[in-house]
Write a protein that binds this ligand. Structure first.
Ligand SMILES: [Zn+2]
Length: 497
């Protein structure tokens, strides 16, 4: 859709969002304080925080700034992926959002930023719930359009409450700003053409494993090419992929597609038949590879260094703590010079009492099988405030980061451990360079993720290996005990039709 011109009407567009990826297998809850201590923005502070960010809000602000729109920044809350959101936190988030919106009325439209995989204790389909509450609050006539993270588990409520939702098309997510622009243009075209798009949700019988969700590699690269070919075949239709988030035990868990008909004349059934045939034909390629950690580690000696070793079972961006010493303990028994970042607030506090270059006994982290901390004779290399900035498009689209008080130590075996006191996904190389660490000094860099860290590290790591480690984000989804997922769903059940 092109941006219509010639209209002089000024549209008031509300901008708001609640953004969380909730792992229901994580024992600890995500609380109201987690949001309030992370990103809790209202009014112009929202615009200032994201105007120049590689984030969907930045893209939307850019488009609205260029056109006849009066932006009404309402409320945006986000925190690091983690456990299920408490009922209290959800109630407070929704109340804040609707109260702020009430004081900003009237508006002509609403730009929304859900993640699509939020789960609250009292509302498993949390995004569907708040988007429905928003729809009820605004009434049927106000267009609601927004973005999604492709790790969304899209529900009928989410699709029903909105005119169109656009997931990013890359993983690692480096097109968030562009996705915000795309959604903002679509919303403007609805207002200016008075058009009536129709959105339809199609839930795939195949759930794509987290291991296979890198969009620059097959099978996903071919899948995205296939849906672009569908858009050519069915004019005025956008076909959007939500890869899905396996770590949420909800009925909508799995891969889904949003079919957005710009004029309501799309033959949805025909597209759905093509999608069904495609997913069934390629289902095996979307499953986890189930390689053992040992098989992966055996590839390190012959691989160009440094190797980026991805700890899939302790994926911070998927809700894990980021404190697993599983791979560090394996690498300590090798000669590979290794770097790891670990969430370890108590160890950071212990380091505050130490003098540089003086050896001391330090315990940190947690082995996912023994639940024991790792203890080593350590040497303190430096202490930092843990704040750093990212200037390039990276997964998550954020510009500023705070990993809390930070200490860098050397283990008895000579490996380097960056200990930080706030949970931090490895989305920016500045996490280590801001502490004076040169990635080229290492044979192996362990990063707590599956695909997201690739954007940050691929320029300095010629080899990328996924390690199938244990934890609440382990790669093989068939190892989780789901109570609420839909059936039949491959790879849990076989599907043929
Ligand atoms: Zn994502």
């Amino acid at each position: 859709m092109s941006l219509p011109t010639g209209s002089h009407k000024t549209f008031r567009i509300a901008i708001l969002g609640i953004y969380h990826e909730s792992n229901t297998f994580v024992p600890a809850s995500t609380t109201l304080a987690d949001f309030q201590n992370s990103r809790w923005l209202k009014g112009t502070a929202l615009l200032d925080a994201y105007r120049n960010a590689f984030h969907e809000l930045g893209g939307a602000i850019e488009v609205f700034s260029e056109t006849n729109v009066e932006m009404v920044p309402v409320f945006y809350a986000e925190t690091t992926p983690g456990g299920t959101i408490t009922s209290e936190a959800y109630a407070a988030l929704q109340e804040e959002l609707l109260n702020e919106l009430a004081s900003a009325l009237p508006v002509d439209a609403c730009f929304v930023v859900p993640h699509g995989a939020a789960v609250a204790e009292n509302h498993r389909d949390m995004d569907g719930e708040w988007l429905s509450a928003l729809r009820q609050f605004l009434g049927k006539a106000i267009p609601i359009v927004g973005t999604l993270d492709p790790h969304a588990n899209v529900s009928p409520l989410m699709a029903g409450a909105t005119q169109a939702l656009f997931p990013y098309r890359t993983n690692p997510h480096i097109d968030q700003r562009e996705t915000g622009r795309r959604a903002a243009h679509f919303l403007l075209s609805i207002l200016q053409n008075n058009s009536r798009p129709v959105q339809r949700l199609w839930q795939s019988p195949v759930a794509i494993s987290i291991e296979q969700q890198h969009t620059e590699a097959d099978p996903c690269k071919s899948l995205y090419q296939f849906v672009r070919s569908l858009e050519e075949k069915y004019p005025c239709t956008q076909v959007e992929i939500a890869l899905g988030f396996p770590y949420a035990d909800v009925p909508e868990m799995g891969t889904s597609l949003l079919l957005i008909s710009e004029n309501g004349n799309t033959d949805f059934e025909a597209i759905e038949q093509e999608l069904t045939a495609y997913f069934l034909q390629h289902k095996k390629s979307f499953a986890a590879t189930k390689k053992t950690v040992e098989e992966t580690l055996q590839r390190i000696p012959s691989s160009p260094k440094p190797v980026l070793l991805l700890d899939m079972g302790d994926n911070v961006g998927g809700g894990s703590a980021g404190d697993s010493t599983f791979l560090l303990e394996k690498l300590e028994s090798t000669t590979h010079k290794t770097l790891i970042c670990l969430y370890a607030p108590e160890a950071v506090a212990a380091c505050k009492k130490q003098k540089d270059e003086q050896a001391f006994l330090l315990s940190f982290g947690c082995h996912p099988e023994s639940a024991k901390a790792f203890t080593t004779i350590s040497t303190l290399l430096g202490r930092y405030d843990g704040k750093f900035a990212e200037e390039k498009p990276r997964h998550g689209g954020q510009k500023t980061f705070d990993m809390g008080d930070t200490a860098v130590i050397r283990t008895e075996k000579g490996n380097t451990v960056l200990l930080h006191s706030k949970r931090m996904p490895p989305f920016s190389l500045a996490q280590i360079t801001s502490c004076g660490i040169d990635p080229k000094d290492f044979d192996v860099i362990i990063a707590k993720g599956v695909n997201a860290p690739i954007a940050a590290y691929k320029d300095v790591c010629p080899t990328i290996l996924q390690a199938n480690t244990p934890g609440v984000t382990q790669a093989d989804m068939t190892q989780f005990l789901y109570q609420h997922r839909r059936k039949p769903l491959y790879p849990f059940e076989n599907v043929d039709t």
